[in-house]
Unconditional design. Structure first.
Length: 230
C-alpha cells in the first residue's frame, strides 16, 4: 500500500495553467510566424481589404451617377428625336401646302389667261386617292366659276361611287359627311376647294366616283364628272 500526498485542485491547475497558456501562445506565435514566412501579413491584408472596400463604395457611387447621367441623355435624345420628327412633319406639310398653292396659282393664271363664260361652273383638279386602310379613299377637287361678276353659287354636291362587291356592281350615293349629319353644302362666288373622305367596306373594289353638283332648288345636277382611284 502506497501513500500519495493529496494536492488541492487549484494547486494542480495553478501548475498546469502556465504551461497551457505558454503552449497556446507558442502555437499562435508559430502560426503567425508561418503566415509571415509564407508572405501573408495580417495587418497589411486588413489594410488592403479596407482599401478595396472603399474602392468598391466609390465605384458603386460613380456607377449610380453614370447610370443617372445615361438615363438623362437618353431622355434628351428621345425628346430631340421627337422634336426632329415633328419638325420634319411640319416641313413636309408646309412643302405640300406650298406645292398645292403653286399649282393653284398656275391654274388660276391659266384660267385668267384663257377666260371662261360668265357664271360657268367647272370641276377642276379632281383626284381620287387610296388611303392607308382598305376601303378608305380621299377625294379632292376644285370648283371654279368663271367671269368677273359671278354671282354667289349656293347648292350641294353628291358623290356616287360605283363598286364591285361579291361579284356584283352596285352604286353608293354619299350626300352627307361620315357622321351622317352635315350635308355636302356649297356656297362660294369664284372657287371652293373640297376634300372629302370616303369609307367603303374593306372587301369592296371601287371602280370610280361621279361628282354631281346641284344648284339650290334644282333636281338635275348642273355638272357631272367622274374619276377613278389612283
Amino acid at each position: 500500500m502506497k501513500v500519495r500526498p493529496h494536492h488541492p485542485w487549484y494547486l494542480r491547475w495553478g501548475m498546469v495553467l502556465p504551461f497551457l497558456l505558454a503552449t497556446i501562445g507558442l502555437a499562435w506565435w508559430a502560426y503567425d510566424s508561418g503566415l509571415e514566412l509564407a508572405g501573408f501579413h495580417r495587418n497589411k491584408a486588413e489594410q488592403e481589404l479596407a482599401s478595396l472596400r472603399e474602392q468598391v463604395t466609390l465605384l458603386t457611387a460613380k456607377n449610380e451617377l453614370l447610370t443617372s447621367q445615361v438615363a438623362q441623355f437618353e431622355r434628351q435624345v428621345q425628346i430631340e428625336q421627337a422634336s426632329n420628327q415633328e419638325t420634319a412633319r411640319l416641313l413636309k406639310n408646309l412643302a405640300d401646302e406650298n406645292d398645292r398653292l403653286q399649282e393653284d396659282l398656275g391654274f388660276f393664271q391659266d384660267l385668267t389667261a384663257t377666260g371662261s363664260k360668265e357664271g360657268e361652273l367647272g370641276v377642276h383638279r379632281l383626284r381620287l386617292e387610296r388611303d392607308k386602310m382598305p376601303g378608305e379613299y380621299n377625294l379632292r377637287m376644285l370648283l371654279v366659276r368663271g367671269g368677273q361678276r359671278a354671282k354667289q353659287f349656293v347648292g350641294s354636291y353628291q358623290l356616287v361611287a360605283t363598286i364591285v362587291e361579291n361579284g356584283q356592281s352596285t352604286t353608293h350615293v354619299f350626300t352627307h359627311d361620315a357622321s351622317g349629319n352635315a350635308p355636302f353644302q356649297l356656297n362660294f362666288r369664284y372657287y371652293q376647294r373640297i376634300e372629302q373622305h370616303i369609307q367603303l367596306p374593306p372587301e369592296a373594289k371601287l371602280e370610280n366616283v361621279q361628282v354631281r353638283i346641284f344648284e339650290k332648288g334644282a333636281v338635275e345636277p348642273k355638272v357631272r364628272q367622274s374619276v377613278s382611284p389612283v
